[in-house]
Design a protein around this ligand. Sequence first.
Ligand code: AMP
Ligand code: GLY
Length: 420
Amino acid sequence: MSKTVLVIGGGGREHAIVDALSRSPQVGKIYCAPGNAGIGAQASNVPLKDTDVEGLKAFALDNKVDLTVVGPEAALAAGIVDSFRAAGLRIFGHTQAATAIESSKEFAKKLMDKYGIPTAAYRSFTSFEEALDYVSCRPFPAVLKYDGLAAGKGVVIAADLEEARQALSDMLLDHSFGAGKVVIEDYLTGPEFSFLCFVDGDRVYPMPLSQDHKRAFDGDKGPNTGGMGAYTGLPFITDQDRLFAYTQIMCKAASAMAAEGLPLSGVLYGGLMKTPQGIKVIEFNARFGDPETEVVLPLLESDIYSIFEGVATGTPVATPEWKDEVTMGVVLASKGYPGHYQKGFSIEGLDKVDAQVYHMGTALSEGRYLTNGGRVLMVVGSGPGLAQASKKVYEQVRKIECDNLFYRNDIAHIGLLWDK
Ligand code: AMP
Ligand code: GLY
């Protein structure tokens, strides 16, 4: 009998998850809460917030949902997995306690120290004075991280003591993100990349590596964003690097969590850096990355429903198979993003685009798509190499007409250095 699935979330990541599920021969009905206009073309949107745990649980029970898949960390941190499991519902995602690997920087750092997982040296503080004393004796730049979920804004790379003082004052005196600790860690250098794995206890199924582009403008300039594009097929990561990252970081972290009595049961995302001293962890996330998911999942050949179900029920699954291609994707964002921006601009030309388009923030009005968020669309294409994939994607991106969108012209620029 075909399965009914509920996906929680409403961005490009969830669109890519819905799209992958729609390729599964086992899946019949797909719901997405809250979804977005583009997702609505492939699933039934449900007007419930991702953190409305009680509402979502009632919906899943009423609609005989066979499996729920959680996108955003906020839903995990709100305890959706614990609550669904207690009601006998199948759900793919980590428990609230295990989500600490993302929601608490200090928890993650302690775990890495205890289990010998390579990461930058650190200390954590609650006292402004002690933190300032410590940072004033350390080399700059210094990395200051608020110890909690801060919507991607809790990390400050302070160039000098004055910047560090300001950031510490915001975090520890003014409690800009709430009362909490600050982790101060050594500044590392090297290319960053994302390693997403499906994890069920100590079973770790790796996905293709990808790289995000956090800065708003070409040349990695401008403010940090949620991600302006991504690609797979990273030529600067060798097979040996990947093996090291898999065995010494991702598998070790999964076993460490199991040993701590907090087994993982969803996606573990390693935000890693290839430093001159080897590969190190910058952060762990307890969920699919966005926009990484939009370039990774199109490569999956196996049935994603079987993987989600296996992880959700603690049953081994066949090793996932991936296409031998590379993908790249360009985000179209509202002008002004990540700062103030306007919504409601009409988007034309989508019907001419011959590539996968994931909607990140759109609304539908009288049959037309309108901009409805900071990041609006992501166009994803594939090819045998990055140069072909990039050419194809930018050709398609240029077909989209909208008065209020911008995008980067250099997605995959590091990877393309190898592929001319
Ligand atoms: P996080 O939220 O921990 O991923 O940090 C956000 C961004 O800050 C990362 O993607 C890095 O670019 C940068 N960053 C974080 N920690 C470090 C570090 N120890 N050294 C250098 N850059 C860092
Ligand atoms: N791509 C960054 C993130 O998902 O956190």
